[in-house]
Design a protein around this ligand. Structure first.
Ligand code: IVH
Length: 680
């Protein structure tokens, strides 16, 4: 590249990087993914290295981040907070290059012994310094531009694993450094809640951490759960015999009660470093927080001092990165997928992009509100995140890259108001963020979930009908709708994975046993939205029979205790679908019945009532009568008193009847008792 072109490119890169850095550090609003930013940064570093005459103090490579926000007091770091030299790529090569560089700088020959290192995680959060004086936390500061950070003491104090006082005998002054992160689970929980409330979500855990630490209101900061990990130190004074290795220092910090990740090892030579890099790569998705790589550090502090710094980066350390968990790519289309509960999820079809170690072509957009808030449109360049085992998601649009004015996404219009899988009407209940398919049991996408729910313990309790089996049954077309469960025969089942003679026999027996159930379990088993176990029981008690329930309109449904307009509407809508009615008909045709309905129906309706039985009833055995009364919440006592509500009278009644008549207590014969039990 000619000097002129290099100078022009350098100017352009500096401007761009400064703008991106400002958006990122000062406003917590990144414009491009880190990997893209890193690429620009590396390009600038390389050009400046090739053209040292063009280097200037105001280049973004000469400082680390942005200036402090107006709201926080500035803090000057006694020892600057620098950054690490970073490499991405093959583990063996990156480790070998670092080891070679270290050995060369130390003047070691091939024959000399291997250098000892400590390998650590590269936490993907926000660098922070904690100052302890006489063991007491007196200040927390961000890195800022490396020289001057922000005083965020009050926010740091809200981080639960940051000790406010150190244990043991810490030095008079100890400034520890480390990273503040948001655990993935905390991040997911926070975002799920925000989405439910229709509020803005955090882009990623790192932004969550950065945003919380730099939140001016510490009470808001405290609501966002953060975690701290120590990896280094700044100013230290008054430590009689400090450790002389990196790993010894971190061990000592842990003894002082400071949080130090256990995911660190020390060993010798490049092979040790490469093995650590590879091992952590395997475990990356399983870690509870995001990392963007590992860090290699010369273990001996004497050698660290000898190696020193170059270009404001330690020569004794290096960050070895993994493939980015966020990349930008283009949206080719926005499809809608039907989830297992009928939820309609917009999904971005993407130009394939390698992110988080896999090639991603689909990313969730969560719901129509999210698409609207992020304003994602077909053709847009978007930032895609894939971290941990979480499904890839579109986190933001690169607004500046939009070409023209593509139409806004409109879920209902795109689907023409119908479920893309089964064609049923779609609805968006008031106050909810999700559109749903009303197809219920008829909708193929919802079938697996529907079958699992139907078979679950508190529903029809078909033991053995679990996820693996249901997957196979539906995928092979053996079960399309619920009634097909009752048509299953041994032969095709024997061909399925993990289905021997015994499991097949057990399964068929469990299916057969499920035919005899209660109306409450059955109603619950149908998986009607908003109808949990308690509501199903209320419905069964109120209506007494499936036919009565099917005949009820929304107003009648609202008569049931605990059933409000939303639930009533959901039930009415479910039973109004002809497909669902077919399914019910077929289930009954397969022998599903509810012998205990009568008992259930009167359950608790006689709560607190006191009965006395006397004489022999024409058809009911005494125990039977007692059981029914008790099932309905009534109590049986042996003698008549003023508290007795009813006396049930059979043939050859004795003195109890006389006493009851004296007290004017209501008499019931068997028919009247049954009528009472059957009444609501
Ligand atoms: S040591 C002088 N160790 O990575 C070097 N840094 O560019 C001090 N980071 O923002 C850094 N994990 O916050 C070190 N185990 C680790 C780290 C780590 C994450 C961050 C650090 C800094 C960046 C370095």
């Amino acid at each position: 590249m000619s000097d002129d072109r290099a100078a022009a490119r350098i100017r352009q890169l500096r401007d761009e990087i400064a703008r991106f850095a400002r958006a990122y550090y000062q406003f917590d609003a990144p414009l491009i993914p880190d990997a893209d930013y890193d690429a620009l940064y590396r390009e600038l570093q390389q050009l400046e290295a090739q053209h040292p005459e063009l280097l200037s103090a105001d280049s973004p490579t000469q400082r680390v981040g942005g200036a402090p926000l107006a709201g926080f007091a500035p803090v000057t770091h006694g020892v600057p907070m620098l950054s690490l030299h970073t490499e991405t790529g093959d583990s063996a090569q990156g480790a070998a290059e670092f080891d070679q560089r270290v050995r060369a700088r130390l003047g070691l020959e091939d024959a000399d012994a291997a250098v000892h290192y400590q390998a650590e995680l590269k936490f993907d959060g926000l660098a922070i310094s904690l100052r302890y004086e006489d063991g007491v936390l007196v200040r927390g500061a961000t890195r800022g531009d490396g020289e001057t950070g922000e005083d965020v003491t009050s926010n740091v104090r809200t981080i639960r694993n940051v000790p406010l006082r150190l244990l043991g005998a810490p030095p008079r002054l100890l400034e520890v450094r480390g990273e503040v992160v948001m655990l993935r689970a905390d991040f997911e929980r926070y975002n799920a809640r925000q989405r439910e409330l229709g509020r803005a979500t955090l882009l990623n855990p790192r932004n969550g951490a950065a945003g919380s630490i730099r939140q001016l209101d510490p009470r808001l900061a405290a609501q966002r759960p953060l975690t701290f990990f120590c990896y280094g130190w700044g100013e230290v004074d008054g430590w009689d015999a400090p450790p002389d290795t990196q790993h010894g220092m971190l061990d000592a910090f842990a003894e002082f009660g400071l949080p130090v990740s256990r995911e660190r090892e020390h060993g010798a030579g490049a092979a040790f470093l490469a093995a650590f890099h590879a091992r952590v790569a395997e475990r990356r998705d399983a870690l509870p927080f995001d990392i963007d790589g590992v860090v290699y550090k010369v273990d001996s502090l004497r050698l660290q001092r000898e190696l020193g710094y170059r270009n404001r980066e330690p020569v004794w350390a290096m960050a070895h990165k993994y493939p980015a968990q966020e990349r930008s790519t283009r949206v080719l289309a926005i499809d809608v997928q039907v989830g297992r509960t009928g939820r309609l999820t917009p999904v971005a079809k993407l130009e394939p992009v390698f992110v988080g170690g896999v090639t991603v072509t689909n990313a969730t957009l969560h719901n129509a509100d999210e698409v609207a808030r992020k304003d994602v449109r077909v053709g847009d360049r978007v930032i895609v995140r894939r971290a941990g085992d979480v499904i890839p998601e579109v986190v933001a649009v690169v607004a500046e890259a939009r070409v023209g004015d593509p139409p806004r996404f409109d879920l209902a219009a795109q689907l023409g108001g119908h479920c893309p899988v089964c064609g049923s009407a779609i609805e968006r209940p008031d106050g909810e963020v999700d559109w749903r398919c009303t197809g219920g049991l008829y909708c193929a996408a919802q079938r697996k979930q529907a079958i699992l729910h139907y078979a679950s313990r508190r529903a029809l309790d078909i033991e053995g009908l679990g996820e693996r089996l249901v997957d196979q049954l539906v995928d092979r077309g053996l079960v399309e709708h619920l009634p097909d469960i009752y048509a299953l025969r041994a032969e095709p089942l024997l061909e399925l994975e993990r289905m021997g003679e015994k499991s097949v026999a057990n399964l068929l027996a469990a299916i057969d046993a499920s035919r005899r159930t209660t109306l409450a379990r059955f109603v619950y088993a149908l998986g009607i939205r908003h109808v949990g176990e308690a509501t199903a029981k209320e419905l069964a008690r109120h209506f007494g029979s499936l036919d009565a329930l099917l005949a009820a309109d929304a107003a009648q449904l609202e008569q049931v205790s605990d059933v409000g307009p939303v639930v009533a509407q959901s039930i009415a809508l479910f039973f109004a679908q002809p497909h669902n009615r077919d399914v019910l008909q077929q289930l009954r045709g397969s022998g599903v019945h509810f012998p205990e309905t009568t008992v259930e129906r009167v359950e608790q309706t006689l709560a607190g009532r006191i009965f006395v039985l006397t004489g022999t009833l024409p058809t009911l055995a005494r125990d039977d009568a007692r059981a029914r009364i008790e099932a309905a919440g009534g109590r049986i006592t042996g003698s008549v008193s003023k508290k007795t509500d009813y006396v049930v009278v059979g043939a050859d009644a004795g003195s109890k009847l006389e006493r009851a008549r004296e007290l004017g207590i209501q008499e019931l014969d068997e028919a009247q008792l049954l009528a009472l039990l059957a009444a609501r």
